[in-house]
Design a protein around this ligand. Structure first.
Ligand SMILES: Cc1ncc(COP(=O)(O)O)c(C=O)c1O
Length: 398
């Protein structure tokens, strides 16, 4: 039988790193590729105890639940959001299967194929996949260490009249950058003037290496959820564990209701077991303390990666030390294509994600994203040594 796949899926690019890792299965590999949290820091016992508590309450724990998500967890999350200056009611929130599903649902309810979306250059790979699947035209504004450049965005908005903007303003993926307050305000103004809705994706905002720094979200700067131009999404994946597959979105209740309708069609609801575990966890566990511990450890690992790169002769590479999040974004020597480098690096037992994966078009090919949260110091050091050896082969040859 000949399967006639939809043009949307047939045209979707698969991730370069997945393809390469498939070829190298079985090899001892140090991976800086995935956005993986450190497993040894997962709150395993607290999650186990939370799960025990929900099962002790009887068979009800196994029943179908609401599409919008488990209400007691939504109520707790409303409290957490209020602490960050985002005041919402439970009917202005929906729980999703990771924030990835929130992005997909927002795009489902607010766009038609052919609509245009404004993003940063570069931006989160799996959001680009969602936009491609929905047939959106992606336009990308330039960005620098202060975030999206308003002049570049303004020109694109004038020319293409996008319907939406998607952004990760705090510790972005892949760059780890934080938008300055000035840029946040400017981009809000530009989007409002252009009648655009903003999808603010914030999986990493809590993971900051200087606990005293605060970064107001676009949502909080904009004010109310009702009639607001920002729909905000975040997740438990990076601050508790990704396997619990629980994210949330907040925004105007009309958008949330539409998302719930689309979610019914997609999966009825996300796992209520996971949501109940998180509810129990938030009742008896010091999540803020846990976030402080992981942030401190990730800050240490980032410094170790930074130091290992310097020691290994990283003078020919350029990167800015991230102040939070999970990724270090690097520029390789001019003319060195990161996809070519990856093939060589994988032979030496180290993987990373070539930067080209994070561009809608015209990728800057000499860029790479390195995750610093997953590996402990000795593996980090070894991985960096392997990477530098691979880079050395190209710089010697050229
Ligand atoms: C920017 C960004 N958004 C969304 C997600 C999706 O996370 P999850 O679906 O696990 O909540 C990720 C995951 O790495 C991410 O980096």
């Amino acid at each position: 039988m000949e399967y006639r796949f939809s043009s949307r899926i047939a045209g979707l690019k698969s991730s370069a790193v997945r393809d390469i890792l498939k070829l190298t299965q079985g090899k001892e590999m140090i991976s800086f590729a995935g956005g993986l949290p450190a497993e040894e820091l997962f709150p395993l016992d607290a999650v186990k105890q939370a799960a025990d508590r929900i099962f002790q309450a009887g068979p009800r724990a196994l029943q179908y639940g609401l599409t919008e998500g488990y209400l007691p967890l939504r109520e707790q999350l409303c409290g957490r959001m209020a602490d960050k200056g985002m005041r919402v009611a439970p009917d202005e929130m929906i729980l999703t299967t990771g924030s990835q599903q929130a992005i997909d649902l927002i795009i489902t309810v607010l766009t038609e194929p052919g609509d245009t979306i404004l993003v940063e250059r570069p931006t989160y790979l799996a959001s680009l996949q969602v936009f491609a699947l929905h047939g959106l035209k992606v336009i990308a504004a330039e960005s620098d260490e202060f975030g999206m450049i308003p002049e570049s965005a303004a020109e694109l908005i004038r020319e293409h009249k996008p319907k939406l903007m998607y952004a990760v303003p705090t510790f972005g993926n892949p760059t780890g950058r934080v938008w300055s307050l000035e840029r946040r305000i400017k981009m809000l103004e530009l989007c409002k003037a252009g009648g655009m809705l903003i999808i603010e994706d914030d999986p990493y905002g809590a993971i900051k290496f200087n606990a005293n720094e605060t970064f107001p979200t676009l949502f909080s700067l904009n004010g109310e959820a009702q009639n607001g131009c920002v729909i905000y999404t975040s997740t438990f994946s990076k601050i508790v564990a990704p396997a619990l597959r629980t994210g949330w979105a907040i925004g105007d209740s009309r958008i949330i209701r539409m998302m719930a309708k689309a979610k019914q069609a997609a999966d009825l609801h996300s796992s209520t077991i996971d949501q109940q575990i998180l509810h129990q966890l938030l009742k008896g566990f010091d999540l803020e303390g846990h976030i402080a511990v992981i942030s401190m450890e990730y800050g240490k690992r980032m410094s170790e990666m930074d130091a290992a790169l310097r020691r290994a002769g990283g003078g020919q590479l350029r990167w800015v030390k991230p102040q939070g999040g999970m990724f270090l974004w690097m520029e390789l020597p001019d003319g060195l294509d990161a996809e070519t480098l990856l093939r060589c690096a994988v032979q030496k037992g180290v993987a990373f994600v070539p930067g080209s994966s994070f561009y809608g078009d015209q990728p800057q090919r000499n860029t790479a994203r390195l995750n610093f949260t997953y590996n402990e110091a000795s593996r980090m050091e070894q991985g960096v040594a392997r990477l530098m050896e691979a880079i050395g082969e190209f710089t010697v040859r050229s």
